[in-house]
Design a protein around this ligand. Structure first.
Ligand SMILES: Cc1cc2nc3c(=O)[nH]c(=O)nc-3n(C[C@H](O)[C@H](O)[C@H](O)COP(=O)(O)OP(=O)(O)OC[C@H]3O[C@@H](n4cnc5c(N)ncnc54)[C@H](O)[C@@H]3O)c2cc1C
Length: 381
C-alpha cells in the first residue's frame, strides 16, 4: 500500500495551495482528485488581489483579463467606482487556473492522482487508510479540500451541516461583438439585482461570466433573476450561446470544529468563503497554506498540528469572517438603513472593501459599532 505523510482530497485552490507548500517543505504529499484534470469548476473566476499576492509564483499566463477598476451598483441609486494601481480582480477560468496550480505542485515534487475518488476512510493506529476508486492509500494527515459538498468531512464524522450554504447560478455567455465591447470594459457587481444578494458580470477573454447569488433562506428563482439581470440591467438581447452551471457557496464556517480524526478541513469544506462577497478562492488558498504550515511546524504530530492550525485560523481568518457575517447582514438584509448610509459613506465603504480585496486591510473588528453610530447620526441629524 502506498504511504504519504499527507493526502489531500481535492485539487481546487485550497488543496493545491496546501500541497504546494508541503511539497516545498519536503513533506511527502499526494492530491487525489475525482475528476480528470483539467476539469470545469462552477465559479465566476474572479480572483482578488489578496489571493494573487499570496501565491509565490506569477499567474499571468492563466489570467484571462485583469481589472484595475471595479464598478459596484446598488439598484439604480448608487454607482461606486474604485480603482487601484494593481489588478483588483484577475479573471481566470477555473479549469486552466486550477490545472496550473496543480502543475506547480508536481514541479515541487508533490504527487497528483486524478480520476480517483475518495470512497472511505478508516483509522489504523496513528494513521488513516483511504479507500479510493484506484487503490488504498495510507497516510498520517488527511486534508479535506473537497469543496462545498465535502464528502470527506461527512466520512470523517462531521454529521450535521453547520455552514450556511447559499445557492448561486453562473452562466458562461457568448454575446454579440457590440455587446461584448460594451460590457467587457469593467467588472461589475449589482447589489439588489436579486433579493439578499448580488449579480455580477465578469468579462473573460472572449465571453462574459454572468451570475447571481442570494443569501435568502427562502426559496428563490435564481434563473428568473438572472434573466431579468441580463435583459433589464445589462441590456443583452442577443445571446449567441449560454451554458448554465449551478452550485452552492458556504459563506459561514462550520461551528463544530475544523479538525477530527486526523482530518483537517480547508477552503469551502470548512466554510471559509468571504461572507460579504462569497469570494472563496483567496481564503481557500490562505487556509491551505495555514494547514501546510501547521503540519510542518508540528513535525508531523497530529495533535500538535491541530493546535497550531486552530491558532493560525484564530489569528486573522476566523475574526475576519465573523465580522464579514455581520457586514453581509447589513449590506443585504437592511436595504433602507444601508441606503441612507450609502448616500453619505458609500464611496468610503467601497474603497475600504477594495482594500480588503487588495489584502491591504481586514474588515475592522468594531465595524458594527461604527455602522450603528453612523446610522444613528444620519437618522437624527
Ligand atoms: C456560481 C459560483 C460562483 C463563484 N464565483 C467566485 C468568484 O468569482 N471568485 C471567488 O473567489 N470564488 C467564487 N466562488 C467560490 C469558489 O468557487 C470556491 O470558494 C472555491 O472553489 C473553493 O475552493 P476549494 O479548493 O475549497 O474547493 P473546490 O474548488 O470546490 O475544489 C474541490 C475539489 O475536490 C474534488 N472532490 C470532491 N469530492 C471528491 C472526492 N470524493 N474524491 C476526490 N476529489 C473530490 C472536486 O472534484 C474539486 O476538484 C464561486 C462559487 C460558485 C458556486
Amino acid at each position: 500500500m502506498k504511504y504519504f505523510d499527507v493526502v489531500i482530497i481535492g485539487s481546487g485552490p485550497a488543496g493545491a495551495a496546501a500541497a504546494f507548500k508541503l511539497a516545498e517543505k519536503g513533506i511527502s504529499v499526494a492530491i487525489i482528485e475525482k475528476e480528470t484534470l483539467p476539469r470545469y469548476k462552477t465559479c465566476g473566476g474572479g480572483f482578488v488581489y489578496r489571493g494573487v499576492k499570496m501565491l509565490p509564483f506569477d499567474i499571468t499566463e492563466v489570467a484571462e483579463r485583469e481589472f484595475y477598476k471595479v464598478d459596484t451598483l446598488i439598484g439604480k441609486d448608487f454607482h461606486f467606482i474604485t480603482e487601484r494601481d494593481q489588478p483588483v480582480i484577475t479573471m481566470v477560468m477555473r479549469d486552466t487556473f486550477d490545472s496550473f496550480l496543480v502543475k506547480k505542485v508536481t514541479e515541487k515534487g508533490g504527487t497528483v492522482i486524478d480520476n480517483c475518488k475518495l470512497t472511505g476512510l478508516t483509522s489504523e493506529g496513528e494513521n488513516v487508510v483511504l479507500s479510493t476508486t484506484h487503490e488504498e492509500i495510507k497516510t498520517r494527515f488527511v486534508i479535506a479540500a473537497d469543496g462545498a459538498l465535502s464528502p470527506t468531512a461527512k466520512m470523517a464524522g462531521w454529521e450535521k451541516e453547520t455552514r450556511h450554504l447559499i445557492p448561486a447560478l453562473e452562466y458562461e455567455v457568448e454575446v454579440s461583438e457590440a455587446d461584448f465591447e460594451r460590457l467587457s470594459k469593467s467588472v461589475r457587481f449589482d447589489i439588489d439585482a436579486i433579493p439578499g444578494g448580488y449579480a455580477w458580470n465578469f468579462p473573460k477573454k472572449n465571453h462574459l461570466s454572468i451570475g447571481v447569488a442570494s443569501g435568502k433562506r427562502t426559496k428563490i428563482n435564481l434563473k428568473q433573476y438572472y434573466q431579468e439581470y441580463l435583459s433589464n440591467t445589462l441590456k443583452i438581447d442577443n445571446v449567441i450561446s449560454e451554458v448554465q452551471h449551478g452550485f452552492q457557496i458556504p459563506v459561514t464556517p462550520r461551528t463544530d470544529g475544523f479538525v477530527k480524526n486526523n482530518v483537517f478541513l480547508v477552503g469551502d469544506a470548512a466554510g471559509f468563503a468571504d461572507p460579504v462577497t462569497a469570494e472563496g478562492i483567496s481564503n481557500s488558498i490562505y487556509s491551505g497554506m495555514l494547514v501546510a504550515d501547521a503540519i510542518a511546524e508540528s513535525d508531523l504530530d497530529v495533535k500538535k498540528a491541530e493546535l497550531i492550525y486552530m491558532d493560525k485560523l484564530e489569528e486573522k481568518l476566523l475574526p475576519e469572517i465573523k465580522t464579514g457575517i455581520l457586514l453581509s447582514k447589513f449590506l443585504y438584509d437592511q436595504p433602507k438603513i444601508r441606503n441612507l448610509f450609502m448616500k453619505k459613506y458609500g464611496q468610503g465603504a467601497f474603497e475600504a472593501m477594495t482594500d480588503v480585496f487588495m489584502g491591504k486591510r481586514s474588515y475592522p473588528a468594531d465595524i458594527m459599532k461604527t455602522l450603528k453610530r453612523r446610522a444613528k447620526e444620519l437618522l437624527f441629524s
